[in-house]
Design a protein around this ligand. Sequence first.
Ligand code: ADP
Length: 265
Amino acid sequence: MEKALKLQGEFLVNVSHELKTPLNVIFATAQLFKMYCDTGSLDDKKDSIVKYIDSIKQNSYRLSKIINNIVDLSKIEAGFFKLNLSNNNVVEVVEEIVMSVTTLTDSKGLNIIFDTDSEENIIACDSEKIERIVLNLISNAIKFSHAGDEIFVDVTSNDKFVEISVRDNGIGIEEKDLDMIFDRFKQVDKSLSRNAEGTGIGLSLVKSIVELHGGSINVESEFGKGSKFTVKLPKVKVLHENMIYSSNVRSKDENIQVELSDVYS
Ligand code: ADP
């Protein structure tokens, strides 16, 4: 109980910091715009205003991500988080996600490579949630890699399972920390991930969503050499596809922007 309370306390401090950073940017930009209005310099500053609007958008995405994650974790805990299962080609879902992040990885000097042992693997999954899982793992791979590094996203399968793996050759994770990174609110030593934003929710959410699919997730890592996260999903199909309900009111593009909001700069 004491440990849980301490972790929760650390989480609140982290979350407040994570919420405050984008809020401060938005607030400061509002003040700047007001100053431009007061001094009648709106027209002169048009170019920089366009840039500031982008930054407001980016920081709003970051706020959205943190809030979504907190709400989803609470839903999972309360048992209200529902999957929208239908039979989907998981290879295509993952490949599309990889394609959608190449502009970002290019801009960071990272090379992302997709590979699969089969063009089609149709399984029962919630494609929107699978996208979220993969984006979360890719987002971490980007956060904890350096320019020039590579990220490999592979989809392989056997009779029983489809495996999606995201491997990077970034900073890696110390063995003593491997067990706890899926714990709620847990981040490895802040000094190592200083350049990275985060609340420590991502992986715990990923794990819960994978488990709701009847799957599992594991990590292999060597400190200083890189990490590999493997998601194992059972090869099953649903008889009754749930296509009617969709919680997703945002466009797919926007989902990607939200999920990757802490690695855009
Ligand atoms: P956060 O939002 O803080 O990134 P996560 O739950 O996604 O939270 O990750 C928890 C911690 O696991 C991170 O803070 C980081 O220390 C470690 N981690 C996750 N993915 C990687 C990776 N690919 N390489 C190195 N460390 C990682």
